[in-house]
Design a protein around this ligand. Sequence first.
Ligand SMILES: [Zn+2]
Length: 157
Amino acid sequence: MRSTPLIRKFYRLKRSRLKVKTTKSLLLKDCTKLFNKIILKERINKCEWCGRTKRLNIGHILPKGQYPRLRYFKQNVILFCFPCHPPRWHNNPLEAAKFMLETRGENYREKLLVYDKILPRLTNIQIGLYILAFKQEINLRRNVQNTSSSQSPHTPD
Ligand SMILES: [Zn+2]
């Protein structure tokens, strides 16, 4: 294939687009890992629906694809186990609505929509800021744990 200026321009453009996409997906991967760690710890490694402790995964109340600003918003996530997350949550809307009402109260989705208007757009810079904040939160918690465990020795059974 002959390389014309137009073809060269096309490949340059393609490369630069690819680079941008990769940066964002790497940042999202890092950020999600930290965020999930915090959620698992906060919700004591238990499915919020059935209490199982195995094969846990994090589900979004308002879907992260449609509402990217709420992707790392704690109030928008639920810790599920695998048997609860795709089958019950996605395929049984009546049961899911009942669960939402019992655990989150009325009009919860509408309340979340307000935050979708307030929270910043998920740009690379914003993801970077979340990463820093989550790292700080994890470290802070680790320090608190260390000091509390050194101050209160285990009592024998
Ligand atoms: Zn479950």
